[in-house]
Write a protein that binds this ligand. Structure first.
Ligand SMILES: [Zn+2]
Length: 458
């Protein structure tokens, strides 16, 4: 067990941690106990928290004031499973259309300053909302709980191959940090952290891994699968590697098997979102996920809005328990999950077997290799084509990419040319770019929007 960093001169152990570390450790102490509560006791705790959230939302958030009234729900009354289920599901479009009415007109002072959260906007239309210092605290607590559950050594070296803006953390050097980040670093003197841009080609990623030799590697599953296949083909091993961590996309059994086959290490996944922080974390002992019930009420519901039984796949709805700035109540995230039966580990936190609907395609290059596609960031496109409301990229062949758009006004030939130049520059290859204008972007399987689809089989 590592010793937290002490802030009092002459005192090392037990440490007297700083403010953020003390807050985090006190939350983590409680989480250590609540994880063993029964599902009913966990719901009873959530219901107490929801009552305060509803009372606040009913009074201070115009959108919810109206919504509670329409549903015939008294926001000041006790919350039961029955009253909760009567609340309508909040769709992404409603959240976007609500504008300012979705934000609280006032916030309890002790929730701290609010900050913007802009979701990566997989529909091409970002969701604008606010978080608070309190939601930030619970986010960090989730980061720490995940490390604790997976038994990581904070003194070790953490490697990440993740998304970054073009030109940032590129091969061969990548970037170097002295700490694992604001959560771990607030409590412990951690080992170093190194990062490489996910847009780097696989051979560059391999060279970087062999040079940096991180103990843990975090990346997207699609990238790890490609890297694992590459390593299996070439007989490349990473002897120092102890665990692989995944975020951001669906983890398949094939991904777990490939990682095990390539490097003989386990894959530890978690499921978080910009809007609400940690939703599930993989069980320390099994390959299922435990809902982070202390942070969010997560539902998996069928087409009729009824809870799914274990083994059934349904839509994920989230209710953030602590966000008083932009309350999200029964918000339909756009992901799908398979509900699970209680876990043999004994934790009472509800179980999700797997999360679906977050597949990402790799871009096929003319030479047949694949890379994580970098199309650029949304601001770059917004600057030249503010008329584009929604978009999607489709790769049809090794040299052709289509950009599908929903626009508020037709683009000029100059705007099309600027878009083409931006795409080619970001992608780094002279693809033939075509444009298609649609009334709406068709949704993929299970109604999930996909920003990039490759139809090339490599
Ligand atoms: Zn478990």
């Amino acid at each position: 067990m590592p010793i937290p960093r002490s802030t009092v001169p002459g005192i090392i152990t037990p440490a007297i941690p700083g403010r953020m570390a003390s807050l985090l450790l006190s939350v983590l102490y409680q989480l250590d106990q609540t994880q063993w509560l029964s599902p009913e006791d966990l719901f009873a705790q959530q219901a107490r928290q929801l009552r305060l959230l509803f009372a606040h939302a009913g009074q201070k958030v115009p959108f919810y004031g109206q919504r509670f009234a329409e549903a015939g729900i008294d926001p000041n009354a006790e919350v039961t499973r029955e009253t909760f289920a009567r609340l309508p599901i909040l769709k992404r479009e409603e959240l976007q259309a609500a504008g300012e009415a979705i934000h609280a007109t006032a916030l309890p002072k002790s929730h701290g300053k609010r900050h913007h959260i802009e979701t990566s906007g997989s529909t091409g239309r970002a969701v604008r909302m606010y978080g608070t210092e309190i939601t930030g605290l619970f986010w960090r607590a989730g980061v720490m709980r995940e490390h604790f559950w997976q038994g990581r050594d904070f003194g070790a070296k953490l490697g990440a191959i993740r998304w970054a803006r073009k030109g940032v953390a590129m091969a061969p050097a990548g970037s170097h940090g002295e700490s694992w980040g604001p959560a771990s670093g607030a409590i412990y003197p951690t080992g170093p952290a190194v990062m490489l841009n996910i847009a780097c080609e696989l051979h560059e990623q391999v060279d970087w891994m062999l040079r940096e030799r991180p103990d843990y590697l975090i990346s997207f599953p699609s990238n790890l699968m490609a890297l694992a296949k590459h390593c299996i083909d070439k007989g490349i091993e990473f002897p120092n590697l102890k665990q692989v961590l995944t975020v951001g996309e669906t983890v398949t059994q094939q991904a777990r098997d490939l990682v095990r086959q390539a490097w003989d290490v386990p894959l530890k996944d978690s499921y978080s979102c910009e809007e609400a922080g940690y939703l599930t974390i993989q069980c320390p002992e099994h390959e299922v996920y435990h809902v982070q019930s202390e942070n969010a009420l997560v539902e998996v519901v069928d087409d009729d809005g009824k809870p799914c039984a274990p083994g059934e796949v349904g839509r994920v709805l989230i209710t953030c328990l602590h966000n008083f700035a932009t309350p999200l109540i029964r918000y339909q995230l756009g992901d799908y999950a398979e509900a699970g039966a209680p876990c043999a580990c004994g934790r009472g936190l509800p179980v999700i077997n797997r999360i679906l609907g977050r597949q990402r395609n790799r871009l096929a290059l003319p030479d047949g290799s694949t890379v994580f596609p970098y199309f650029g960031n949304h601001d770059e496109y917004k600057a030249i084509t503010p008329e584009v409301l929604q978009f999607q990229f489709i790769q049809h062949s090794l040299d052709e990419i289509e950009k599908r758009m929903v626009v508020s006004a037709p683009l000029t030939p100059e705007q099309e040319e600027a878009t083409r130049e931006l795409m080619v520059r970001n992608l780094g290859h002279p693809f033939r770019i075509t444009f298609t204008y649609l009334d709406e972007i068709p949704l993929g399987p299970r109604g999930k929007y996909e920003e990039f689809i490759s139809k090339v089989d490599v």
